[in-house]
Design a protein. Structure first.
Length: 210
């Protein structure tokens, strides 16, 4: 993946804007699943491009929410039939562009390039939706040796805003058995916060193109 020149001062300012608007990690609301968040951003007939699409299972899942949609996929893995094999090959204009558990596998400049290409592929008023491991839940990032760059929620939001998007929503993603949820979200919450760790394994960022 190609690189872009990052303006570090601008990135810092955008990151600070995210922190000022959304607060710290404990202020972020919780949702259960990434596809529930994505579902609220679309409708029937939506044009959706998934970067890092894997087995293209998202198409079937989102059909359950929206009915018909125009789904295209991009992935370097030749195991499945994809519309594009590299984000630089992708063409068209999309209402939604998404990438789930992908950006942490890239170096920072390559991640910036991906954000820029996503901006170019998103229609005016369209949105991007990204997930990444929550760095306040260390095992989510550290257990995978292919992870390269840990993105805090404000860093990821800042990178998207540097590309031209406006971040509108950020959630922590967490779903577990009832007993575990009670223990982690309520009983152990003060200890987690004191230690600076979180029980939510992922974050999801939604941003809009003006």
């Amino acid at each position: 993946m190609g690189n872009i020149t990052l303006d570090w001062q601008q990135l810092y300012r955008q990151r600070q804007d995210i922190a000022d608007r959304f607060g710290d990690i404990w202020d972020l609301p919780i949702d259960k699943r990434y596809h529930r968040v994505l579902a609220r951003e679309g409708r029937g007939g939506v044009r959706l491009l998934e970067i890092g699409a894997g087995d293209r299972g998202l198409e079937r899942r989102m059909q359950e929410y929206w009915g018909d949609l125009k789904y295209l996929s991009c992935d370097i893995d030749p195991t499945f039939q994809h519309d594009f094999t590299h984000i630089d090959e992708a063409v068209g204009e999309y209402d939604l562009v998404c990438a789930f558990e992908l950006i942490e596998h890239l170096e920072l400049r390559a991640a910036g390039h991906m954000a820029q290409r996503m901006y170019e592929l998103t229609s005016s008023g369209g949105r991007v939706v990204l997930t990444t491991p929550n760095i306040f839940y260390p095992p989510a990032f550290m257990r995978d040796a292919t992870h390269v760059t840990p993105f805090c929620y404000d860093e990821l939001g800042g990178l998207l805003q540097l590309a031209g998007f406006r971040v509108t929503r950020i959630y922590r993603l967490y779903h577990d058995a009832v007993i575990k949820k009670l223990l982690r979200r309520y009983l152990a919450y003060p200890l987690f916060r004191l230690m600076g760790i979180d029980f939510a394994r992922q974050i999801i960022v939604v941003a809009e193109k003006p």
